[in-house]
Design a protein around this ligand. Structure first.
Ligand code: SF4
Length: 368
């Protein structure tokens, strides 16, 4: 995309609404707290939004970096239509600058080739339905930056009974946040750490707006879970994990699922070792002792740390290994088969049988 100047003549470029003009002649994008202040022709930090013809445009509407059918547990969402397939896709660019980015080839892409697949919202919804997906997920890069495309895809999917899932770092301003989540059914929010210092130094962002997004979701109908990527030596101290869990309990209650996920060396943090499984188990123990009821380890084989236990009777109601469900003891409405306790989440029927498969797909642009 670097080589191409922004232009509304480009079929993948659309006008947007969350911006305002500044007295000095620049235009400020109001989608996220970056508040990029743009001269004509300039792109924002996310690279896919920029200023052309005195307005902010999105230059990746209808373009994707690829499609894949995943288990919903991979997003990760453990309490949302368990065991079902989700059609996952992303675009390019990101509004964070995480030094540990695990998808940096997409998020930091400046190449149009990254956006090789084109798909209208209708074609995407059609494909998701044809493949038996129960939901579509905006993932790989943060949908905040391509919110207009994501919302239209979500609407097209919802018309067919397919739900919409956002996988996001939650770094968003209040007005676009309310508009965006009105179109979503579920979200996984990456809570990258619990100190402003980590957020500033490692992600070049601030913590407070992410906590505001979590509080917003608490009061919304959107089902949400939280993921923290645990990075050795950076956000893995007992004190920081304890503070995070105390905040979650006090502000969101005990029922929001929390995933502690293993880091692997990547992008600008290749000198940091992979997270030991013992660190994830320690983090999980701290969270459980703090009072959180649904705490999981991720990116490791750890059935004990990936099992949902019924708070009512202690039965292991969903036993998982990585993304696969090994045993399932909830009724179609999500109640414990043993004692009837309603495990929080979104359930409508028996667990799916997608398993751990990952199926790359192409979307045929038959829709309009
Ligand atoms: S969405 Fe992109 S252009 Fe807008 S403020 Fe955030 S980083 Fe800047």
């Amino acid at each position: 995309m670097t080589a191409e100047p922004l232009s509304l003549a480009d079929p993948y470029t659309v006008p947007t609404s969350h911006w305002h003009a500044l007295p000095d002649g620049r235009i400020q994008c109001d989608v996220c707290p970056r508040a990029c202040r743009l001269h004509e022709g300039q792109r924002g930090l996310c690279f896919v939004r920029g200023r052309v013809d005195d307005q902010v445009v999105l230059a990746s509407y209808g373009r994707s970096s690829g499609f894949c059918v995943d288990p919903i547990e991979k997003k990760p969402l453990n309490h949302f239509l368990p065991g079902t397939p989700v059609l996952s896709f992303g675009t390019a660019g990101c509004n964070l600058s995480c030094r540990f980015c695990q998808n940096w080839d997409i998020s930091k892409s400046r190449e149009i080739e990254t956006l090789s697949a084109s798909a209208s919202p209708a074609a995407l919804a059609e494909t998701a339905q044809r493949l038996g997906c129960r939901s579509v997920a905006f993932t790989y890069n943060d949908p905040v930056i391509f919110m207009e495309y994501a919302m239209d895809v979500a609407d097209a999917c919802r018309e067919r009974g397919i739900r919409a899932v956002a996988v996001s770092a939650g770094y968003m301003n209040a007005a676009p946040r309310a508009e965006f989540y009105a179109h979503m059914d579920a979200a996984n929010i990456d809570l990258k750490a619990f100190t402003e210092e980590f957020c500033r130094k490692v992600t070049a962002a601030r913590l407070e707006p992410v906590l505001e997004t979590l509080a917003f979701l608490r009061d919304s109908p959107v089902w949400f879970e939280i993921t923290t990527l645990v990075i050795p030596g950076h956000n893995d101290s007992d004190a920081e994990i304890g503070q995070q869990c105390d905040w979650l309990l006090a502000n969101l209650g005990p029922d929001v699922p929390l995933h502690f996920s293993a880091f692997h060396p990547d992008f600008k943090m290749r000198d940091i070792p992979r997270t030991p499984a013992a660190t994830l188990s320690r983090a999980r123990r701290i969270a459980v002792e703090a009072g959180l009821r649904y705490v999981y380890t991720g990116n490791v084989h750890d059935p004990g740390g990936q099992t949902t236990s019924c708070p009512g009777c202690g039965t292991a109601v969903v036993v998982r290994d990585w993304y696969e469900i090994l045993d399932y003891r909830l009724d179609p409405a999500g109640r414990c088969a043993g004692c009837g306790y309603a495990v929080p989440g979104r359930y409508d029927g028996p667990a799916g049988t997608w398993g751990r498969r990952r199926l790359p797909v192409s979307v045929v642009a038959s829709g309009s």
